[in-house]
Design a protein around this ligand. Structure first.
Ligand SMILES: C[S@@+](CC[C@H](N)C(=O)[O-])C[C@H]1O[C@@H](n2cnc3c(N)ncnc32)[C@H](O)[C@@H]1O
Length: 222
């Protein structure tokens, strides 16, 4: 009985997270975390690029961060833990299983991604900084534009096919603050590379690459 009740609560919570229900970006993230039964910490993920971000984070270069494509929050945790007090980290994800994810990771990891992500943020003590935005990337970008939210660091790591990446680049670039960094993971995926190259060419920007990490060299960027 207890199990069914917990499952009902979790399903309810993941179907109607506070932000999506009201279609607005919450100022404080804490209420989103309050209702969940915390799962044990489990935070698989991909590259964090410490050699690139450690020096910038040490200099407090970033106060508002947007990550597009978050999964269980490995990169989120690494970055958010080093942000100065009062910072905001917007974590944008649908947290729904996709064909691409099913091809890349263990199926067990996909059953309760959002619940696991929220639990990981609670374990990491990041609930005051990390604001989960459970929305489609393009829908969220529209909302951020309306609210005129700007970020010092935007990390693009959602779907990796050309069309999705190209749309994400166009949708999220307007949210970059002056002197901000616009970057992402998985340069070695064909779709990512073609999209980033096409976007950079259109804007007249150069691209910096380090392994799978890419960043746009805008006129004012980090
Ligand atoms: C590669 S994972 C992100 C990894 C994470 N950045 C890390 O370093 O651990 C890609 C994530 O993008 C999300 N995603 C894919 N397409 C999306 C979309 N259109 N809108 C929102 N999230 C999306 C998936 O749910 C998945 O969690």
């Amino acid at each position: 009985m207890k199990y069914y009740f917990a499952t009902f609560l979790l399903t309810w919570n993941s179907l109607f997270p506070v932000d999506l229900n009201n279609l607005c970006i919450p100022d404080s993230s804490s209420e989103i975390y309050e209702k969940i039964e915390v799962l044990p910490y489990f935070c698989q993920g991909w590259n964090t690029y410490e050699h690139i971000f450690d020096p910038l984070l040490a200099e407090n270069k970033f106060k508002t961060v947007i990550e597009v494509g978050v999964f269980l929050g490995k990169w989120t945790t690494y970055v958010a833990k080093q942000l100065p007090p009062g910072s905001k980290f917007f974590a944008i994800d649908r947290w729904e299983s996709t064909e691409e994810l099913r091809r890349s990771v263990d199926n067990d990891w996909l059953t309760n991604m959002y619940h696991q992500f929220l639990s990981n943020m609670i374990h990491s003590g990041l609930t005051d900084i990390v604001i989960p935005v459970k929305m489609d990337s393009l829908e969220a970008a529209k909302k951020f534009k309306e609210l005129n939210i700007k970020a010092d660091l935007i990390y693009i790591d959602a779907a990796h096919d050309f069309v999705s990446v190209y749309r994400d680049l166009n949708a999220w670039f307007p949210m970059l603050a002056e002197n901000g960094m616009f970057c992402g993971d998985d340069w070695h995926w064909g779709g990512v590379q073609t999209a980033v190259k096409g976007f950079a060419e259109k804007k007249g920007f150069k691209i910096f690459i380090d392994g799978n990490f890419w960043k746009l060299k805008t006129n004012t960027s980090q």
